[in-house]
Design a protein around this ligand. Structure first.
Ligand SMILES: Nc1ncnc2c1ncn2[C@@H]1O[C@H](COP(=O)(O)OP(=O)(O)OP(=O)(O)O)[C@@H](O)[C@H]1O
Ligand SMILES: [Mg+2]
Length: 125
């Protein structure tokens, strides 16, 4: 049983998720050592994906946390999820290596690019 202790709304236990919680714990430990890792949680509605994310958020120790949620109406917007996830950290974009910084600025429309075509939208006053 893994215990969720953070916010009162998630003050509950997770049954049968010891393996998943151990995996999350190890990713958090690695993150604290600046080592990256990825965990994809998938499954049927109600199976406990968000509960495991809550567990991760609740047990993140001193790690910074960025969290986003998929919004169906934004499915056709390029980089919508990336924007939601990374916008709070945008002030630190200069700390990234140049390549990643340029890529992120481009994705967020913060970088002037040389374009072969240009668009102009005018509307009546
Ligand atoms: N292992 C578990 N032990 C106890 N409660 C659980 C467990 N897994 C899920 N729950 C509870 O079941 C409910 C549904 O879980 P949750 O919202 O995490 O599912 P989900 O996979 O994110 O669903 P959806 O796909 O609809 O977003 C929540 O109240 C959650 O606390
Ligand atoms: Mg969910």
């Amino acid at each position: 049983v893994a215990r969720l202790t953070g916010s009162p709304s998630i003050n509950c236990v997770l049954y049968g998720r010891e393996a998943e919680c151990a995996l999350i714990d190890s990713l958090i430990d690695k993150a604290a050592e600046a080592r990256s890792g990825v965990l994809v949680l998938g499954g049927e509605p109600g199976i406990g994906k968000s509960a495991l994310l809550d567990y991760a958020a609740d047990n993140r120790a001193s790690c910074h946390l960025l969290r986003g949620e998929g919004v169906e109406s934004e499915v056709h917007l390029p980089y919508a999820a990336l924007h939601q996830l990374l916008y709070p950290a945008l002030g630190r974009v200069d700390a990234l290596p140049a390549l990643q910084s340029v890529a992120l600025r481009s994705a967020f429309g913060l970088r002037r690019r040389r374009c072969r075509t240009a668009s102009l939208l005018l509307w009546p006053p």
